[in-house]
Design a protein around this ligand. Structure first.
Ligand code: MN
Length: 502
């Protein structure tokens, strides 16, 4: 159910002016076509790059922006100034622009042609000052945009452009996205609450609640042959524990889990939802808490938040879109237990059941075991440890007057020992710069216990997403120092109060 990113387009636009004459403008056009074509063919670029005619007037710029706004497959603009393009002609267009914007500060030729450079060459190749004029007007108009500097054939630069495009794709996917809540938030919990109207204005997605009865109808309507087919799929995908294999004592309960998965899938597909929340306090009509079902729906790209946490569900969906085709997975996550060894501070992350198998180190075990919460029959779940390597956890909170994103860079490690009595999916990580600084900063910032965990995207993806949403972004990484972090919190309090629009 994840979008094929190649069906999305980014429009490549080039700024210039009439001053140079037709011959130069023809060359500008050909060069910009060549860059757009190269981007389109680069493996780092996940979407289609569409070259647009060179822009030399206020009217043509405004017209193009209006078309981009209205075009359903256009996820944003990449702009490049090959020559000087007097920037007042960009005001009307930039005022109208409603889509993400990347200012690509590149130059057609990488190196200075020392022996051949002449005045004609200087006339055509003016990116260095054209890009600054363009930058000024964006800054003067307080426009959030991404700036990437470097040569368009440089692999690192292409990778950066590709990453931004993944975020723009996720942003595009989120506009009008529907998130379903089964039941309300967990009673009395604070951080999973938030203003859904503000979220819709800020991020573009819609969050609506549904009664469990609506879901149970779908679950009860599932036919036996579909359940059998899904059980076959489970057998092909996972290591089944003895009790859930054919003839095992809990095979019936696994069938019930499959029925719940099919019912949830049917509900979500019928309503065109991209994410959902559950709450173990609201399970009327379901025999088990949906553990396996949630894990498998996350694998397929649905956003998910437990205990009614719709902010995390929508963020998870966004990161799932950024993640398409990249190595490493993305999951709903929760900080659970610490290893407080002063020399090896670690966080054990889990969520009783709902962790996505895309982050697993090895083939998961499918089992049915008791669960202390939920007051239902023992639920099916996938059990595994997370793959080691670098990653992030990201948490979105509602501060009452604005949204804040908190990101921590982490290093996932292998469990120090076996966990024979913990039959759930779990991940062990070292938070940057260390457990004490990380947890102090995270808690000062008000970061939630729920987060989106990813080994596919980096903190800069989330930063770009925050720029598109125009919300606060806080990063905790190897450079974080608590005194400076506290100052940033205080500075931001002033800044965001001065641009209030929540
Ligand atoms: Mn939770």
């Amino acid at each position: 159910m994840l979008t094929n990113l190649k069906k999305m387009q980014v429009w490549f636009i080039t700024g210039s002016q009439h001053l140079y004459g037709d011959e130069t403008l023809q060359q500008v056009s050909e060069n910009s076509k060549q860059i757009a074509l190269a981007l389109n063919g680069a493996e780092e670029i996940p979407v289609e790059v569409v070259h647009k005619p060179v822009l030399t007037s206020s009217e043509s710029i405004h017209r193009l922006v209006v078309e981009a706004n209205a075009d359903e497959s256009c996820i944003g603009l990449i702009s490049w100034m090959h020559t000087f393009s007097p920037a007042r002609m960009w005001i009307a267009g930039l005022n109208a622009l409603q889509k993400p914007h990347l200012h690509f500060h590149t130059q057609f030729n990488r190196d200075i042609p020392w022996s051949e450079i002449d005045m004609d060459y200087m006339n055509l190749n003016q990116s260095a000052h054209g890009g600054r004029e363009f930058g000024f007007i964006n800054t003067r108009m307080r426009k959030n945009r991404k700036i990437i500097v470097g040569h368009w054939q440089d692999k690192e630069v292409l990778k950066e452009v590709g990453s931004w495009l993944r975020v723009a794709a996720a942003w595009h996917d989120g506009q009008g996205a529907k998130i379903a809540r089964f039941g309300d938030n967990m009673r009395d919990v604070a951080v999973t609450e938030g203003n859904k109207v503000s979220a819709q204005i800020t991020f573009g997605y819609e969050v609506n609640g549904y009664g469990l009865g609506d879901l149970v109808e779908h679950v009860n309507a599932i036919q036996a042959n579909k359940i059998d087919a899904l059980l076959d799929e489970y057998e092909a995908s996972y290591e089944l524990s003895e009790v859930v294999r054919k003839g095992g004592s809990k095979r019936d309960a696994l069938q019930e889990a499959a029925r719940i998965e099919l019912g949830m899938r049917s509900f979500l597909e019928e309503g065109g939802f991209k994410g959902f929340t559950t709450n173990f306090e609201n399970l009327t009509g379901l025999k088990q808490l949906p553990g396996l079902a949630v894990q498998r729906l996350m694998k397929d790209g649905y956003g998910f938040g437990a205990e009614g946490d719709w902010k995390t569900a929508a963020l998870l969906r966004a990161v799932k879109v950024m993640n398409v085709g990249l190595e490493g997975g993305t999951s709903f996550m929760e900080d659970y237990v610490y290893n407080m060894d002063p020399n090896n501070g670690l966080v054990l992350g889990a969520h009783m059941l709902e962790v996505c198998e895309t982050i697993a180190a090895a083939k998961p075990i499918l089992d049915i075991q008791p669960l202390a919460i939920g007051d239902r029959e023992d639920p099916a779940r996938l059990i595994f440890s997370g793959a080691s390597g670098p990653g992030i956890v990201a948490s979105l909170i509602d501060l009452g007057n604005r949204f804040r994103m908190v990101v921590n860079e982490i290093e996932t490690v292998e469990p120090l020992e076996d966990l024979p009595k913990l039959p759930v999916a779990r991940v062990l990580w070292k938070p940057q710069p260390d457990l004490r600084t990380s947890a102090t900063s995270w808690i000062l910032a008000g970061g939630a216990h729920h987060s989106v965990y990813s080994q596919a995207v980096t903190s800069s993806f989330i930063e770009d997403y925050c720029e598109m949403a125009d919300i606060e972004y806080l990063l905790i990484n190897e450079k974080t120092e608590i005194g400076e972090f506290k100052k940033e919190l205080r500075f931001n309090e002033v800044y965001y109060n001065s641009i209030y629009k929540y």
